[in-house]
Ligand binder design. Structure first.
Ligand code: NAD
Length: 499
């Protein structure tokens, strides 16, 4: 069986802890590799080496750092197929989805080519007599990122690109469930010209995460994952004086107004609810049709579309709509929640519980589920299921529909489908959620905007990628200069003194 490594000082390095996690092929249920789980000592040593390497990297001019990003773009494109295959093998998503995962990360690396532009600071000439003032953005030193299983290329790239192009060294602790792609990306960064030690990939679990949070050299921590862990990391990291941003779970609502194009809404719901087996933080997991007529018509359109979905392994080609979920535990949790929905009185309109795939009986495939008549008190409504389960909550008015999305503890993404501009505008203005789609089911901002949720979906002030990332990974210093020889008595500037 393949034994994966850490990536330290530009090389693959075997783990020394003797502790490993199994890495599964979710389509077959087979263990295909084991990944080492680092000790605190291994993590601390990686950070110490990174701090040494950061000194020269931080002093490298930002245009040159941008050129490493430019080379990286070429290399990721060159290896797109290889990366997507490795990603699908460990995560389970289809090849087109895996390519999308790599592509959305790549777009942030493209944005980071412009590091020099993003970091150029501000200048005020003659703020006072002979006084100029300027601000510059300096790297923090060593920053760290802790990332989830569901986007093993995109989210590491969202963190590595901005952190590195700002002149920091970066420690990545990827998900232990699909660690191969982050290691491949580290190899590509070396090939792109990144100096050894500036990017360290340390595989691990809670022990290495705690070591990151307690390491005094680590200045900033970016986390993406579930909300309980986000809250834990935010609390411990902030207590230890670090800059911390944590992005957590989601329960994204899509409101369907009576005037919406229902075919378009149904297509959008099927893609956004079941794509990637529902394992997206921007997946739509709650449909909120307004009025029973809209709800009945929507359900009628959804059922045949959902029943047509093809579930299968990524190796089956482009026909497959979605693959298995990531682990047996994830599958069991999804099915447990489906049972709770039935027990608590929701109507299971499409029942995927009996789903079996011939030849893949040990894989973690979950059939699609559609619930109707879901209410606020049900576990399937309150909990992030992170699987192919779409809940329908019936609202009798726009205000009631809005209240569902507003009152939910999560605030990552949301959407409204309507033809009415006033309603759309009101929704965009009033909703307390970070990313909003108007007739767009998965409103993921592009690389040059920022990505982040509100409420229990995001902790910290700055978002991921876009301009916020350059703020998060730098410290602003403001310098006030005065040259007394340039000043005449009375405070006027003496140009002659310049000769
Ligand atoms: P997770 O919280 O289980 O794991 C995320 C990371 O935290 C992993 O690297 C893991 O090793 C580490 N971790 C797990 N348990 C820990 C503990 N007790 N102490 C310290 N570290 C720990 O999340 P996941 O299952 O990998 O990912 C799915 C979750 O991520 C979902 O909730 C999803 O909504 C969320 N997510 C959010 C966003 C966003 O931008 N808001 C994006 C993608 C995924």
């Amino acid at each position: 069986m393949q034994e994966l490594t850490h990536w330290i000082n530009g090389k693959h390095v075997k783990g020394t802890s003797g502790r490993f996690a199994d890495v599964y092929n979710p389509a077959t249920g087979e263990v295909q590799a084991k990944v080492p789980l680092a000790t605190k000592a291994e993590l601390d040593a990686a950070v110490a080496d990174a701090a040494k390497a950061q000194v020269a990297w931080g002093a490298t001019n930002p245009q040159k750092r941008g050129r490493v990003m430019m080379a990286m773009v070429g290399l990721i494109n060159r290896d797109m197929d290889k990366l997507a295959e490795a990603l699908s093998r460990e995560h389970g998503k289809t090849i087109p989805d895996a390519k999308g995962d790599v592509q959305r990360g790549l777009e942030v690396i493209e944005f980071c080519i412009n590091a020099a532009q993003m970091l150029k600071g501000e200048f005020t000439d003659s703020a006072g007599p002979g006084i100029d003032m300027y601000s510059m953005r300096q790297p923090l030193g060593v920053a760290a990122g802790i990332t989830p299983f569901n986007f093993p290329a995109m989210i590491p790239l969202w963190k590595m690109g901005p952190a590195l192009s700002c002149g920091n060294a970066f420690i990545l602790k990827p998900s232990e469930r699909d660690p191969s792609v982050p290691l491949m990306l580290a190899e590509l960064f070396k090939e792109a010209g990144l100096p050894d030690g500036v990017l360290q990939v340390v595989n691990g679990d809670k022990e290495s995460v705690d070591a990151i949070l307690d390491n005094e050299t680590v200045q900033a921590v970016g986390f993406v994952g579930s909300t309980p862990i986000a809250q834990y990391i935010y609390g411990r990291g902030c207590t230890n004086g670090k800059r911390v941003q944590c992005f957590g779970g989601a329960k994204n609502h899509m409101i369907i107004m009576p005037d919406a194009d229902l075919d378009q809404a149904a297509d959008a719901l099927v893609g956004a609810g079941f794509g990637a087996a529902g394992e997206r933080c921007m997946a739509i997991s709650v449909a909120v049709p307004v009025g029973d007529k809209t709800a009945d018509a929507l359900i009628e359109k959804l059922v045949p579309r959902i029943e047509k979905l093809k579930v299968g392994p990524y190796t089956a080609g482009n026909d497959v709509d979605y693959g298995p979920v990531v682990t047996g535990a994830a599958k069991a949790n999804i099915l447990r929640l489906v049972e709770s929905g039935v027990a608590q009185g929701a109507k299971l309109v499409v029942d995927g519980r009996g789903f079996k795939l011939q030849g893949y009986e040990n894989g973690y495939f979950v059939g699609p589920h559609l619930f109707d008549n879901v209410t606020r008190d049900m576990d399937i409504y309150k909990t992030e299921i992170f699987g192919p389960v779409l809940s329908t909550v019936r609202a009798q008015s726009y205000e009631e529909a809005l209240s569902y999305a507003m009152d939910h503890e999560y605030g990552n993404g949301t959407a409204i489908f309507t033809r009415d501009g006033d309603t759309a505008r009101d929704f965009a203005n009033r909703i307390n959620i970070g990313m909003v789609g108007i007739n767009v089911p998965i409103p993921v901002p592009l690389a040059y905007h920022t990505f982040g949720g509100w409420k229990k979906s995001g902790f910290g002030d700055l978002n991921q990628h876009g301009p916020d990332a350059f703020r998060f990974y730098t410290r602003t210093k403001t310098i006030t200069t005065r040259w007394p020889s340039g000043i005449k008595e009375g405070g006027e500037f003496n140009f002659k003194a310049m000769d």
